[in-house]
Design a protein around this ligand. Sequence first.
Ligand code: OOG
Ligand code: MG
Length: 262
Amino acid sequence: MSTDIAYIANALDQAARKAEPVTQFSTHSPFSLDDAYLIQRASMRHRYEAGERTIGLKLGFTSRAKMIQMGVDSLIWGWLTDAMLEEEGGIVDLQRFIHPRAEPEVCFLTKRTIDRPLTALDAVDYLEAVAPAIEIIDSRYQAFKFSLEDVVADNCSSAGLVVGAWSRDFANLANAGVLMRVNGRVVQAGSTAAILGHPLRTLVQASQLLAKAQIALPAGSLIMAGAATAAEALFPGAHVSVEIAGFGECGFSTAAQQGEMQ
Ligand code: OOG
Ligand code: MG
């Protein structure tokens, strides 16, 4: 039986909209990774029809810590939209999520259209700036359990992001300490070196994936490099911050009670 791309895409879109989880699809009717990206694209079309627009892309599973936490072993990519962007230092209402988690990331801002595979040497020429960031992920699958194909179909659990102050200090990005705190307590610690050995390598990977998909990424796009550490579950009344040594800090708070915005 061929994979029902439109059906799964719609079910995942509805799950995200209603914040109601669905069961994994691939366990009952396996589908290929290529089909998973077709489902992702079809599911994103629902969002664009609802008025969202792309602001960039994200990579996933670029660190061992994330691969081990989620039990998968390949790099994946998905789309970021304007509706996902949360204000730095602001309050995030958890009610629109199912079981959100936060993870520390590095975010790039591009300055040239990426329309060909880049080398590690080229990468910096395509970048305007880099910033510490936090990604909020929220799998649309029950219990946050999925196969690689399931999570790709689900736009790689993309749900939100917070981006800190921009810098151009690309030279010190190779091995900067990463700390994530919740209510002042360090909950995750790592290094930017955990991200493919060097976060700039994510640009090379992203450019190759874009070329394969025959998509050009416009200047001014965001690229989230993938978490350097495992993710942490979010709860009401939390203050979450991420510090990348030499690059500063960014953070957000979650509403004290679900639905309460202050
Ligand atoms: C999938 C998304 C992975 C990352 O930074 O590795 C990801 C997930 O863990 O649900 O965003
Ligand atoms: Mg991530």
